[in-house]
Design a protein around this ligand. Structure first.
Ligand code: HEM
Length: 412
């Protein structure tokens, strides 16, 4: 019989202030806890790694997410994709923004992740979309109220099918290109700039087993698509509200890209993609407010509260004020892209660089969410006066199930 006292039950701590949230995000002795139930699609993907394993993979993947890549995406790769995705709705003079938001951002995420669509048909895109939705269900199994093992089996099967249909052909094309590069038959500029190519190029350092490579690519697909789609739709909704209440600001959003970018940042601050971040304590640690956290305890970062901390964002922290004055070092999107080792790798790609302090002539990445919002506004996108947007009754976070819009006519 052991003579030590009863084992300490793990505790759960929640931090709500901006400063404490920053401190927790930066703690190296806290590891990811948000996706524990989503292993079927999230085991061993970047956001779930810790310590040296995380550092090694992140260092390699960081090579892709650089300013020159962001500018190439924004100026060359994304515009035609955006235009072709919007074209059918613009031609028809009407569309539905929930579906459009997912289509646009999935196309973007497939490009970034390195998932080819060789047939290029709408049916193929629909199949990829169905896979993506299944992977999202897999990643969020913690909130699933149905038969969890059955859902897990369905997600596992979807991964296998996606591997055969999309990933293996994408790997084969890139492997051939890398051989061509080795044989000097092509140059660096001929290689796709995406996560899959980056991982395949560095396989000798990473030695990722096939199933981890598969999940890593799927993770990039879902990490990029859903978050950006939500930010896109919520920003447009806000600008449509402006059109009724402050038409001069709605006009400015159409003509002033930096103001539009500010609107996206403010939207993301007020609506983080997940309302909380979570961490497990790997070792005992002491927070600067005196909180003693023991190994095995859980720390929850309440992002909704931290991003509305009046000490940092002022008395009107709850309100949408895209041009609010912030102290140096406070990002306009608050902590919605995380911080520390797991800080979002796609932040600049999605939302651009913070324009504060940049000289006006600097080559400034605006971000793909602002670019997509701008494309809808330029095409005269506006709410359909005869068909109101509907909120999803099953969503606790006010997601829309339908958002009908008209195009044309109102274009500047
Ligand atoms: C508005 C859009 C986005 C939002 C709000 C967002 C939010 C976040 C947040 C909060 C985290 C940190 C999670 C944590 O600390 O537990 C994160 C991590 C991550 N995000 Fe994003 N994200 C966005 C867009 C993107 C895009 C476009 C990509 C891919 C190109 C991406 C890829 C990732 C990856 C790979 C990580 C994990 C990084 C790591 O663990 O080192 N995200 N994102």
């Amino acid at each position: 019989m052991s003579d030590s006292g009863p084992e300490k039950q793990p505790e759960i701590f929640t931090v709500t202030s901006y400063e404490r949230a920053r401190e927790v995000f930066r703690q190296k002795d806290l590891r990811q806890a948000l996706y524990d139930a989503g292993d079927v699609v999230m085991a061993d993907v970047l956001v779930n790694l810790h310590g040296d394993d995380h550092r090694a993979r992140r260092r390699l993947e960081n090579r892709l997410f650089r300013k020159d890549t962001h500018l190439r995406y924004e100026r060359e790769l994304f515009p035609p994709l955006l235009e072709s995705t919007l074209a059918p709705a613009v031609l028809a003079g009407r569309g539905e923004l929930v579906t459009l938001s997912h289509q646009i951002m999935m196309n973007l995420a497939a490009l970034t992740a390195g998932v080819d669509r060789p047939a290029g048909t709408p049916e193929e895109t629909l199949r990829l979309y169905a896979y993506l939705m299944t992977f999202i269900e897999g990643a969020t199994l913690a909130h699933y109220s149905g038969d969890v093992p059955a859902k897990e089996a369905q997600v596992a099967q979807a991964l296998k099918d996606f591997d055969q249909e999309f990933l293996q052909p994408s790997i084969a094309r890139r492997t051939a290109l890398l051989k061509d590069l080795e044989g000097n038959r092509i140059t660096e500029a001929d290689l796709p700039q995406d996560v899959l190519t980056t991982l395949l190029r560095n396989q000798d350092q990473l030695e990722l087993p096939g199933d981890v490579l598969l999940r890593e690519v799927c993770f990039f697909l879902l990490a990029g698509a859903h978050t950006s789609a939500t930010a896109f739709l919520r920003t447009l909704d806000q600008i449509f509200v402006y059109a009724d209440s402050q038409p001069e600001l709605a006009e400015r959003a159409k003509s002033d890209p930096v103001f539009l970018q500010r609107c996206v940042h403010e939207t993301i601050r007020l609506n983080p993609s997940s309302p909380v971040a979570m961490r497990w304590a790997v070792h005992d640690l002491l927070l600067s407010d005196g909180t003693q956290v023991s190994a095995g305890d859980k720390v929850i970062i309440d992002l909704m509260a931290a991003n509305r901390d009046t000490q940092v964002f002022g008395e009107a922290a709850e309100q949408f004020q895209p041009e609010r004055n912030l102290d140096r070092g406070v990002a306009p999107w608050g902590l919605s892209f995380g911080l520390g080792m797991h800080a979002c790798i796609g932040q600049d790609l999605a939302a651009g660089a913070d324009p504060a302090g940049l000289p006006p002539e600097a080559e400034h990445v605006l971000g793909l969410v602002p670019a997509a919002v701008s494309a809808v506004l330029r095409a005269g996108g506006r709410p359909d006066p005869d068909a109101a947007a509907k909120l999803d009754p099953l969503s606790a976070r006010n997601y829309w199930s339908e958002y009908p819009v008209l195009f044309g006519g109102g274009a500047p």
